[in-house]
Design a protein around this ligand. Structure first.
Ligand code: 3SL
Length: 241
């Protein structure tokens, strides 16, 4: 039976052997929720990069560029990191190069894995079904915040563990803790997360509607997966679940 484990921060990745594993990279607020929304709205592919300068170079190749630092859209880029900015016709068929404070870092630091899947509550079931078919050991890599633990990514790990628990064994207590937290939170995640640090940070920036949007379950059946140097949607049709 394959296993599922949870890494609470990219800074802890040195403790894990990614070889032969499927990584689910997650940054619920908001990078991976935004990427899933972008694919659902017809983006062709997404190039996650770590640095602002690196991202800007892609403009010269005809890509749209997107950047966020500390919750705010960085100056000089086409887009920020709100999922609502990725619902326009103008992004259809485009390649987007994106850098965010933590989310794109979690993806790029997972490159040694056999497969990297981008997870969010928005495509939770689609990712769970894909992992069940894949039959690889799974590591959920939480983006956290600047190397530290966060609650919303942990809740996602718990939600995924709940869906996979009959077919995967739990590698250690990190998975169990995530599951227990998800059980405590799932009936009202918005309230559960009200005191959490990134929700507070986004609320202070008056970013309210993104929070509720990103906590919705199973809105899209997109399956963003790392191929060569970028993310593509393995479910070609982008149809709503
Ligand atoms: O940390 C990240 O990568 C971002 O998702 C943070 S924010 O939600 O855009 O503030």
């Amino acid at each position: 039976m394959p296993s599922i484990d949870v890494c609470y921060s990219p800074e802890l990745l040195h403790l894990y052997d990614l070889k032969g594993k499927a990584v689910v990279a997650v940054d619920i607020l908001r990078a991976t929720s935004t990427m899933v929304t972008a694919f659902a709205n017809g983006v062709a592919d997404i190039i996650p990069v770590m640095k602002l300068e690196e991202c800007l170079v892609y403009a010269e190749q005809g890509c749209l560029t997107a950047a966020e630092r500390d919750g705010v859209k960085a100056e000089g880029f086409d887009l920020g990191n709100s999922p609502f900015a990725y619902m326009s016709e103008s992004i259809k068929g485009r390649t987007i190069a994106i850098t965010t404070t933590n989310g794109t870092r979690a993806i790029r630091m997972s490159e040694a894995a056999e497969e990297i899947v981008v997870g969010s509550f928005l495509n939770l079931q689609t990712v769970a079904e894909h992992l069940a078919e894949l039959q690889l050991d799974v590591l959920v890599v939480c983006a956290g915040w600047k190397g530290k633990f966060n609650l919303e990514d942990t809740l996602y790990a718990g939600a995924l563990a709940e869906r996979l628990q009959s077919q995967f064994e739990f590698e250690n207590d990190a998975t169990l803790a995530s599951l227990y937290l998800y059980h405590a939170a799932k009936s009202d995640m918005v309230s559960f997360l009200r005191q959490s640090s990134h929700v507070q940070r986004l609320e202070n920036l008056e970013i309210h509607k993104d929070i509720e949007f990103c906590l919705q379950h199973n809105v899209f059946n997109v399956l963003p997966v790392w191929k060569h140097d970028r993310l593509v949607d393995l479910n070609a049709k982008h149809s709503l679940v």
